[in-house]
Design a protein around this ligand. Structure first.
Ligand SMILES: NC(=O)c1ccc[n+]([C@@H]2O[C@H](COP(=O)([O-])OP(=O)(O)OC[C@H]3O[C@@H](n4cnc5c(N)ncnc54)[C@H](O)[C@@H]3O)[C@@H](O)[C@H]2O)c1
Length: 316
């Protein structure tokens, strides 16, 4: 029986991943934590206020609940990080080292930590970016994710800590709001569309980015964590891929359901960040090592997002 700790559990990913973990391990075995909260989506699970900058507090929670697995999700996302680079570095790198060190000292059996497509940079081949490629991120978020990948690999090689990671694309979901990333437009656009409002997009219409619907993001984390250790050959972070689209392609797909929906393009500083990221990833290593395969495409994701947001709107 596993006892699971989730950090940053009130966030966009943490709230839904925690619910999925409660379904797998039992809600009594999932301890959810965040520097803020709790939130309604986490009801039924034990909640702890936990600041990942406080190593002693992390250790105490691991000990108190007999934790065996950790999902470390607390981080500052790309757009927010550019507003506060020093704090982003501290949270994303020092916070990770705190968690890794506590896990090492307390013999945690498995750790999940997400990296990001932001770990790539302007010199990375932008189409079908290979698993092993040039990585020269020029955002503080990307630098912190690349550094984090190397720390994960170091803890595996030096101490045998079984830490597993994926490079998430932009995550699209409707349950919890996005946390300040460069791909947030792909969620905000749906909210404008169902309200019948014009959407002002901060990216250029032809900017293509890799994206993923939340059920696939959860599937990736769960599948990777359930795979036998012998199958995990990449100890930095795995490329995973699902849906690649431009802002204009997403808008056109939404217009299939909401005719007359209008989008205006007014690029801001986030366009510069997006321009340094890949447009698509080669995820063949994840496919062959632990049978990764996304379920959702642009059509099924768009249909489901619109259906779910209409349900939320009519029932609230
Ligand atoms: N959402 C995406 O599109 C995306 C894409 C790639 C990678 N990721 C990664 O997935 C992870 C989760 O992302 P998310 O979208 O849920 O982010 P989010 O911003 O929605 O949530 C992060 C959570 O961390 C919490 N937090 C902040 N400082 C903390 C601290 N000191 N101690 C404890 N908790 C703290 C916040 O309160 C928040 O609830 C991050 O590592 C992120 O880099 C996300």
């Amino acid at each position: 029986m596993e006892r699971v700790l989730v950090t940053g559990a009130c966030g966009q990913l943490g709230s839904e991943l925690s619910m999925a973990l409660a379904g797998i391990h039992g809600s009594e075995n999932v301890i959810v934590s965040d520097i803020n909260g709790p939130i309604a989506l986490l009801s039924g699970m034990t909640f702890e206020i936990l600041d990942v900058m406080d190593r002693q507090a992390i250790s105490e929670v691991i000990l108190r609940y007999g934790i065996t697995q950790v999902y470390h999700l607390a981080a500052m996302l790309s757009a927010k990080s550019e507003q506060n680079p020093e704090l982003a570095w501290k949270l994303n790198v020092d916070g990770l080292i705190n968690v890794l060190e506590c896990c090492r000292q307390q013999g945690i059996s498995r750790v999940f930590w997400p990296s990001s497509i932001a770990a790539f940079g302007p010199s990375t081949p932008s189409e079908k970016t290979p698993q092993h490629s040039v990585m020269d991120p020029n955002t503080v978020y990307g630098i912190s994710k690349l550094t984090g990948e190397l720390w994960c690999s170091y803890y595996f090689n030096q101490f045998g800590l079984d830490i597993r990671s994926v490079r998430y694309p932009g995550l699209i979901s409707y349950k919890a709001p996005p946390g300040g990333g460069t791909t947030d437009y792909a969620i905000e656009i749906f909210h404008s569309a169902i309200k019948g409002e014009e959407f002002v997009c901060y990216l250029k219409q032809d900017t293509q980015l890799p994206m993923m619907y939340m059920p696939d993001a959860i599937k990736a984390a769960v599948q990777l964590m359930q795979a036998p250790a012998s199958q995990i050959k990449v100890r930095t972070s795995y490329n995973i891929s699902a849906i690649d689209f431009t802002a204009a392609q997403l808008a056109a797909e939404i217009m299939q359901h909401i005719p007359g929906f209008k989008v205006k393009y007014l690029p801001d500083y986030r366009q510069e960040i997006a321009a340094t990221w890949p447009g698509s990833l080669d995820d063949s290593c994840a496919m062959s090592d632990w049978s990764w395969q996304a379920d959702h495409n642009l059509k099924t994701m768009t249909e489901d997002m619109i259906r779910q947001l209409f349900i939320v709107r009519t029932t609230s």
